[in-house]
Design a protein around this ligand. Structure first.
Ligand SMILES: Nc1ncnc2c1ncn2[C@@H]1O[C@H](COP(=O)(O)OP(=O)(O)OP(=O)(O)O)[C@@H](O)[C@H]1O
Ligand SMILES: [Mg+2]
Length: 255
């Protein structure tokens, strides 16, 4: 066998062996995640030296699973794998249609999910260019997105704000508003699903994640989404004990 192929094969075997999916729930999801096509995608990522080992699950969401992986260079990475079977195609189509970057006319579910993952990758890049605190995207391939792992030195993932509220709510709210300003004015995007579930508390620094549904500001629904994001954020933060007026925050974000 070609040494590169055999290496990739060994890698994949290793990846699968070291998947270390422990809980019953994870095992069920495991078989759901790794359909043949997904395995092929992981195989390709291993073969092109992006991914060495796929470790345990960080999260099992509605449409995607996030795993901890090891990059070829030894770094821990986050591996987000979208399940084709449980994806919300109506939503994906709706959000993608109004986005001039995508000319996807397809109704093919797999192609839609691939476009969706590509959208998350491109959105993360735009956020990064706007100097926002988001995970650094590494590569998007089919239904798999590799990105920087946000966590501590012991390789524990950072908790969401839902799981660990801020020590200084006023300060964090201010930082988040500044992030939203950069997202709107520099990245020219609106998050669209901003809440304590999609903000990581990385040692008291907020890191915004889950930007797959984020839309360009020219998108017909961007204002509606921005208003909703601000309302949700202010409601979440009022529970933490920080408050701000909707109008002031909106003005700050949109300039
Ligand atoms: N880069 C990352 N580093 C560490 N943990 C992450 C990272 N990305 C995601 N996570 C963890 O995985 C969880 C789910 O990620 P994310 O919000 O992107 O997907 P999701 O909500 O499952 O997506 P969807 O709602 O589209 O199914 C997060 O709440 C967080 O705990
Ligand atoms: Mg999420």
């Amino acid at each position: 066998m070609d040494p590169k192929v055999s290496k990739a094969d060994a890698n994949l075997q290793k990846m699968l062996a070291e998947k270390r999916i422990k809980s019953v729930e994870d095992r069920r999801v495991g078989s759901e995640v790794f359909d043949q096509k997904t395995l092929e995608t992981l195989y390709k990522l291993a073969n092109s030296n992006y991914l060495n080992i796929l470790n345990g699950a960080i999260s099992t969401g509605k449409e995607a699973n996030v795993f901890k992986g090891v990059h070829e260079d030894g770094h821990i990475v986050a591996v987000k794998i979208y399940r084709i079977s449980t994806s919300d195609f109506k939503k994906m189509q709706y959000y993608i249609q109004g986005d001039p970057r995508f000319r996807v006319r397809t109704t093919n579910k797999r192609q839609l999910v691939h476009a969706w993952v590509n959208k998350e990758f491109r959105n993360l890049n735009r956020c990064l260019e706007a100097k926002m605190d988001v995970p650094n995207p590494i590569i998007a391939k089919n239904n798999v997105l590799l990105m920087e792992f946000i966590g501590d030195d012991e390789e524990n993932p950072a908790p969401t704000l839902r799981d660990q509220g801020p020590q200084n709510p006023d300060k964090m709210l201010e930082e988040l508003i500044e992030s939203m300003r950069k997202m709107y004015q520099d990245a020219k995007l609106v998050h669209g699903d901003l809440s304590i579930y999609n903000i990581l508390n990385n040692n008291e620094k907020p890191v915004i994640i889950d930007v797959s549904q984020s839309v360009v500001v020219d998108h017909p629904i961007s204002m509606e989404l921005l208003n909703r994001d601000i309302e949700t954020l202010l409601k979440d933060f009022s529970k933490f004990g920080a408050s701000a007026s909707f109008e002031d925050v909106k003005k700050e974000i949109t300039g």
